[in-house]
Design a protein around this ligand. Structure first.
Ligand code: PLP
Length: 459
């Protein structure tokens, strides 16, 4: 099936079969430059980077401080053999220890989110082996989650679509259901439901064999259909207790939520819960350079002091990436981007009712500058768009016409039966966005929805 849509002008038609490809929407737009929240195409058209690329750009684009920091480093060296000391790497790791919750004090650097998650899984395993529990190796994670594209991270991700070709090659461990308001029974409070939902982890550990479970891995907010659902703090507190009870390490995947996206440095701070291992990427450098990090607690790192963590990538701790990470943190501090995220985020969510008024907008949720809009064909029945409607492609094409670059969704051209809910669309612009720019963004989103609903006969 091609994604070509006869309802669109030629310039907006995509080529090829993108139906099974995660999140891509190939358009004939060639980026020329980017500044602040804006992307400028070679033909002169300006777009708002409404999703910060793939939820990754936390700083504004084209920051001159970043350029100056890169130039300064380039005058010294671009790359440093990992056995040599590199001052920027040391400064970055020290800075992460300063801003990370509790005793998450030691950081192992990598080049992206998948590497970070896979490295965290290895850290959990090695920790247990060195601590006298060599049978602990399983990593429990959530259905509908996404943790990366390497074989091991595909295994812990709960997305059959991306796993299907690689099935025989990936580790298969238990998955549990994440906290979901949608599934919450009538009359049950969020807090009660949080405890019931968390207890699923305990059941999974018992079935898997507590002796064999090394870690539980999850994102602070929901994924898949429940993308950006923020559980009550009781949920995470109960998860923490269960992990402690069974000597299971808690790995918080903060690849999306870290470095200010939710109004705090790290999202787990909202719940007053500290993970044993935290993975970050994306916003850590705002993608000025590929960078990821695995930050572990003193307890986890303790056995590595005598038997070094078996870790190391040629590009992990690349000098230019470290400069990007360090400078990104400095800019977040200098420009008060956490405070801006909190304040402008509140303004973003003040548009909630306006979006919910659309016949296709089933839910609007999230935190900080991360808003997820859930789109369905029928809000009452939750009926979804039929594949021949090419609804997602059409939606994104109209958004582009209206000057918005959105991130694709999890469904591509068709929806899997494991994701029987709406089409999540993410608004997570650079954290420097102003209230006026948010209003402009929402106006364009509103227009896009109206036009889209009209073309689908839902207006
Ligand atoms: N973890 C989460 C929560 C993610 O959302 C992603 C990517 O979107 C990853 C890990 C993988 O990161 P990367 O694409 O940098 O490998």
């Amino acid at each position: 099936m091609t994604m070509t849509d006869e309802r669109l002008p030629d310039a907006l038609k995509a080529e090829g079969d993108w139906s099974s490809i995660f999140s891509y929407h190939p358009m004939e737009i060639t980026l020329e430059r980017a500044k602040g929240i804006y992307l400028y195409a070679e033909d002169g058209k300006r777009y708002i980077d409404a999703s910060g690329g793939p939820m990754a750009v936390n700083l504004g684009h084209g920051d001159p401080r970043m350029k100056a920091a890169f130039m300064d480093q380039m005058d010294k060296f671009a790359y440093c053999h990992p056995v040599l000391a590199n001052r920027k790497r040391a400064e970055l790791c020290a800075k992460i220890a300063e801003i990370a919750p509790g005793d998450l004090n030691t950081t192992y650097l990598v080049a992206g989110g998948s590497e970070a998650v896979e490295t965290a899984m290895k850290a959990a395993r090695q920790y247990h082996v060195l601590n006298g529990s060599p049978d602990k190796y399983k990593v429990i994670s959530n259905f509908e989650s996404y943790h990366g594209m390497t074989l091991a991270t595909l295994g812990v991700s709960g997305s059959p679509g991306t796993q299907r070709y690689f099935e025989p090659m990936i580790p298969k461990w238990p998955h549990i259901h994440q906290y979901s308001d949608y599934k919450r029974p009538r009359g049950v409070s969020r807090e009660e439901w949080a405890l019931q939902s968390a207890s699923e982890l305990e059941v999974a550990i018992i079935y898997a064999g507590p002796r064999t479970v090394a870690a539980y891995l999850a994102t602070p907010h929901g994924a898949g259909c429940d993308y950006a659902v923020v559980p009550p703090k009781e949920y995470w507190q109960a998860i923490r207790e269960i992990c402690d009870r069974y000597d299971v390490l808690l790995i918080a995947d903060e690849v999306i939520t870290g470095f200010g996206r939710t109004g705090k440095w790290f999202a787990m701070e909202h719940f007053g819960v500290q993970a044993d291992i935290m993975t970050t990427a994306k916003g850590i450098s705002s993608m000025y350079a590929p960078l990821g990090a695995v930050t572990v607690s003193d307890r986890v790192n303790e056995p590595f002091e005598t038997r070094a963590f078996s870790h190391g990538f040629t590009s992990g701790g690349h000098a230019l990436a470290c400069v990007a990470g360090l400078t990104a943190i400095q800019i977040i501090e200098e420009d008060g981007l956490l405070e801006n995220c909190e304040r402008v985020g509140r303004h973003l969510f003040s548009h909630r009712e306006r979006l919910l008024a659309h016949p296709t907008v089933k839910d609007v949720r999230g935190w900080g500058l991360f808003l997820c809009c859930e789109l369905v064909r029928d809000k009452e029945t939750m009926e979804f768009f039929s594949p021949d409607q090419n609804a997602e492609h059409l939606y994104q094409s109209i958004a582009l016409k209206n000057g918005l670059v959105l991130y694709g969704t999890l469904y591509g051209g068709r929806r899997s039966p494991t994701m029987l809910r709406g089409l999540p669309t993410w608004i997570c612009p650079p954290l420097c966005i102003t209230e006026e720019q948010v209003d402009d963004l929402i106006d364009r989103l509103d227009d896009t929805l109206t036009e889209w609903e009209g073309l689908l006969g839902l207006g």
